[in-house]
Ligand binder design. Structure first.
Ligand SMILES: Nc1ncnc2c1ncn2[C@@H]1O[C@H](COP(=O)(O)OP(=O)(O)OP(=O)(O)O)[C@@H](O)[C@H]1O
Ligand SMILES: [Mg+2]
Length: 393
């Protein structure tokens, strides 16, 4: 059928034709935004889930919701090689300039800029040639100690006070949270703690790979009180069927029941894979309905495309030692695997695996769902590893 009319949208952050199965979490966000706007306390939301389950799509939807509710938004995506401070300074600077232009009495936006300037000196972030405000002197002693865990909360207070003065609530949206260091996450948590204590109108909506188990000690107990960590997962079978059928039915095309059942079986309901299978099946079908035969014919193409792109780009970033670690994990069946079993499969002592494991976590390939357990962050990556490396040699 006409590829131009294909309703499916495989791709990172591409909005699906229909955002199925996420009404509950969007309602939670609506309540959070409504309450913080009225200065009532509510837990911030950090979406956690594996690769390709739809976290970015949800975060973008939440940003639209925030804007409709009257919020200013600051949206950033974390990277492996960029610090939290370097990431936040430019959009916070822009926000403070905007707040300064909003009609109203008071000079807290200007003070915010002075604190920001101090903060930049403290943590040594520069904006290249851009100046924060030529006529503004950095404020001394507010957020310029150089210790992120005390400076970031103070910076957030200055920004949020400016927002409060102009009666504009602020939503901070941060994707890929798992790339921050422990110290950065802990500073962020402490900053949000200050927001809540002082009932300031600033809220955090975040997304990332499962991070809560990785948070240590003090930050962890704080985080549990301040945030809710909804687990964004695969879709249930009825939702997966809806995600496939509704968009095609809108344009007068049907799926055979056996065809959608097979796609669910192959994808296990993972949103990204549903989009890929829907997309290829549509292109391959001659006419409505899309049959089981069409899906079977499309599957070879989908698996090849996933192997060549989605899985391969991740595989290619691995060292030989990391590949062997993942191959050993894949050989242990599905679900979480004990680190000790991985060591046994590789014929090495468990302690010697530490650095490889740490690198794989840092690269976002695996995470620890519970102490001593390891799991893949990319759904169906285990099956790919077995195809890519038939032997563990
Ligand atoms: N609720 C949903 N129903 C159907 N498809 C969805 C749904 N949510 C997301 N998708 C599709 O899944 C794919 C992945 O979405 P997205 O990029 O938001 O995932 P992600 O969790 O951010 O992944 P990553 O961890 O790799 O960043 C997209 O093609 C999107 O269209
Ligand atoms: Mg994403």
């Amino acid at each position: 059928m006409d590829p131009i009319k294909n309703p499916f949208s495989p791709g990172a952050g591409s909005p699906p034709p229909e955002l199925v199965g996420r009404a509950g979490i969007l309602e939670q966000a609506r309540i959070l935004l409504g309450r913080v706007k009225e200065k009532r306390p509510e837990k911030s939301i950090l979406l956690t889930g594996l690769r390709g389950v739809g976290k970015t799509v949800l975060l973008n939807e939440m940003e639209r919701l925030a804007i409709r509710t009257g919020y200013r938004t600051v949206a950033v995506e974390a990277h492996e090689d960029k610090s939290l401070a370097a990431l936040l300074v430019p959009p916070l600077r822009k926000l403070l300039f905007e707040l300064d232009r909003v009609a109203g009495a008071g000079d807290k936006a200007k003070r915010g800029l002075a604190v920001l300037k101090g903060f930049m000196n403290g943590v040594k972030v520069s904006l290249g040639d851009i100046e924060v405000g030529l006529d503004i002197d950095p404020e001394k002693g507010a957020a310029d100690s150089g210790d992120l865990e005390s400076d970031l909360p103070n910076l957030f207070v200055a920004v949020a006070e400016a927002a409060e003065e102009r009666k504009v609530p602020v939503a901070l949206l941060i994707d890929e949270l798992q790339y921050f260091s422990h110290k950065e996450l802990s500073a962020l948590i402490m900053a949000m703690h200050k927001m809540q204590q002082r009932q300031l109108p600033m809220v955090l909506l975040g997304a990332g790979l499962p991070i809560l188990p990785g948070l240590a000690g003090e930050s962890k107990s704080y985080a549990e009180r301040l945030f809710s960590f909804p687990d964004i997962g695969a879709l249930s079978e009825p939702d997966a069927v809806k995600a496939l059928q509704d968009p095609t039915q809108d344009v007068g095309v049907d799926f055979e029941t056996a065809a959608v059942k097979e796609i669910f079986r192959l994808t296990k309901g993972y949103p990204y894979f549903l989009q890929e299978w829907g997309y290829q099946s549509w292109n391959r079908a001659e006419a409505s309905p899309i049959t089981l035969q069409v899906v079977n014919d499309a599957s070879a193409t989908v698996v090849r495309r996933l192997d060549e792109n989605f899985f391969r780009v991740r595989f290619d970033r691995l060292t030989p030692g990391e590949m062997r670690f993942l191959r050993a994990m894949a050989g242990l069946g599905s679900g979480a695997r004990r680190s000790s079993d991985i060591a046994d499969a590789l014929g090495v002592k468990i302690n010697s695996l530490g650095p490889t494991r740490a690198n794989l976590i840092q690269k976002g390939m695996i995470y620890s769902p519970a102490h001593g357990d390891m799991a893949f962050t990319v759904p169906l990556f285990d099956a790919f590893m077995l195809r890519a490396m038939p032997d563990l040699t």
